[in-house]
Design a binder for this molecule. Structure first.
Ligand code: GLN
Length: 477
């Protein structure tokens, strides 16, 4: 069910939060063994629904009353395991909840459970989970995308009304595209990262998944806004629902030339074309723009992200959190713990990042990547002088087969070609369900200037209305 419908029905007393939660728990029990979208269900979900019911009965006006939400398992939940799909955190129970989780609960949402991901959010297919891959509900032989594949699959199959993920280089948008749902990466700093397990701190942002733009706006209005506990948090108050009511006339969308040139499958090309034609009828203007430095984005991203990860993951040393494999001395304990606790992709990234930061190579790799990052930002600014928003594919292709790229890290990294630049530049971007290719969903990506998040939503609403929501279906996998 859509979150907006649930909230309305709860308000009109047509259904209670407990009934909704029970229904969703039944759906999860039935479909999750096949999909593995959830790593675990919240054992307190029914109890929490009862508490929300009591608050509704006492007259509280809750913007998310009774909405069952799924959380990526790198968002800290007090008293509920948070594993990052890693053996090293398999037994970790956080003593506090992430700011976004607190805000959701305060708004009346019910935490249904924690969803699968690539270990520590490193990957594009959810196959790097230490607990087995999630399957794409549109085709069980395919990946749901990653790293927030569990959250995307859960919303696509309606095992949760809405969900949260995290996006460091595309991990909300790419799985959203593969699963046929909306996935949004806000301007860096608009959603608090407090309680999000860090991967690459200068790139990480939490973002929502939904099956309607209204629901996405509902979520953003709840989770967004300043948080004193995150030093990079911005003051800008979220006004997403308001933005959906505003008519956007005379806007210009820039089609990013470099992302259209080669390699997109026919379904992706068709979805972009249909998006353009649909909005052109609504008096949106399209122009071509160029981001020449886009060709360096992938290389720069994998240097910056791995460098930051190598520093962030140093805290898992067998002394503070989770797993400890006892060795002969402290160093041996650290070595054995990391050897047993981290999967191959995480090890590869720590090695790569440590190498890029080492004194002899710092200027050649990390320093160069930072220069490319500045250049990208400048190129985007230049493009935004000619257009209000930018359009690219979310991914050059729809969901690929399980196992297809697992043993070829480079080809896996290449599936992020359209998303990573956005994180390097700190911009907001939304993946919009916009087509199908051989029964598989295809998304397109709308990008905004920093803090123009709401404007992206207005345009997405225009497209959703003009196309009568025809790309928003529940997957029956
Ligand atoms: N797929 C990208 C990576 O592997 C992005 C991950 C993410 O956004 N968390 O790094």
């Amino acid at each position: 069910m859509l979150a907006s419908e649930i909230v309305q029905n709860v308000k009109r007393k047509q259904i209670s939060p407990s009934e909704i939660t029970e229904e969703y728990l039944r759906r999860v029990e039935k479909h999750n063994p096949r999909l593995r979208a959830f790593l675990r269900v919240n054992p307190r979900a029914a109890e929490e629904a009862g508490e929300v019911q009591a608050r509704v009965s006492s007259g509280e006006d809750l913007p998310l009353a009774g909405v069952p939400v799924a959380l990526k398992d790198n968002l800290c939940t007090q008293g509920l395991e948070t594993t990052c799909a890693s053996k090293i955190l398999e037994t970790f129970v956080p003593p506090y909840s992430a700011t976004v989780v607190d805000r959701l609960c305060k708004a009346g949402a019910i935490v249904l459970g924690k969803t699968n991901l690539d270990e520590f959010a490193m990957g594009s297919s959810t196959e790097h989970s230490a607990f087995g891959p999630t399957k794409n509900p549109w085709d069980l032989t395919r990946v749901p995308g990653g790293s927030s594949g569990g959250s995307a699959a859960a919303v696509a199959a309606d095992l949760a009304s809405v969900a949260l993920g995290s996006d460091t280089g595309g991990s909300v948008r790419q799985p959203a595209s593969f699963c046929g749902v909306y996935g949004f990466k806000p301007t860096y700093g608009r959603v608090s990262r407090y309680g999000l397990v860090a991967f690459a701190s200068s790139l990480d942002q939490i973002g929502p998944f939904s099956r309607s733009i209204q629901d996405l706006a509902l979520l953003m209005d709840v989770i967004g806004g300043f948080d004193p506990r995150d030093s990079t948090s911005l003051e800008a108050a979220p006004r997403f629902r308001e933005a959906l009511r505003e008519k956007q006339a005379g806007l210009t969308i820039g089609i990013v030339k470099e992302s259209m040139e080669a390699g997109n499958t026919r379904g992706v090309v068709a979805a972009l074309e249909n998006f353009r034609l649909t909005l052109a009828k609504e008096h949106v203007r399209f122009v071509e723009v160029s981001i020449p430095s886009l060709q360096y984005a992938l290389a720069a991203y994998y240097l910056v992200a791995t460098s930051e990860a190598s520093s962030n993951l140093a805290r898992y040393d067998g002394t503070l959190f989770g797993l400890r494999v006892k060795g002969e001395d402290t160093t041996d304990t650290m070595r054995k713990t990391r050897e047993a606790g981290f999967g191959p992709e995480v090890k590869r990234r720590i090695l790569m990042g440590t190498f890029a930061l080492s004194s002899g190579y710092y200027d050649a790799y990390y320093g160069k990547a930072l220069k490319a990052r500045s250049k990208l930002k400048a190129d985007f600014e230049h493009a935004f002088a000619q257009a209000d928003l930018l359009l690219t594919p979310t991914s050059p292709f729809p969901a690929f087969k399980l196992g297809d790229k697992l043993n070829d890290p480079l080809s896996m990294y290449l599936s992020d070609i359209d998303t990573v630049a956005i994180n390097l530049a700190g911009l907001p971007a939304l993946s919009i369900p916009a087509g199908f290719e051989d029964g598989l969903p295809v998304g397109v990506q709308l990008i905004g200037r920093p803090l123009h998040d709401e404007r992206i939503f207005s345009l997405a609403k225009l497209f959703e209305d003009a196309s009568s929501g025809q790309f928003l279906r529940v997957a029956q996998g």
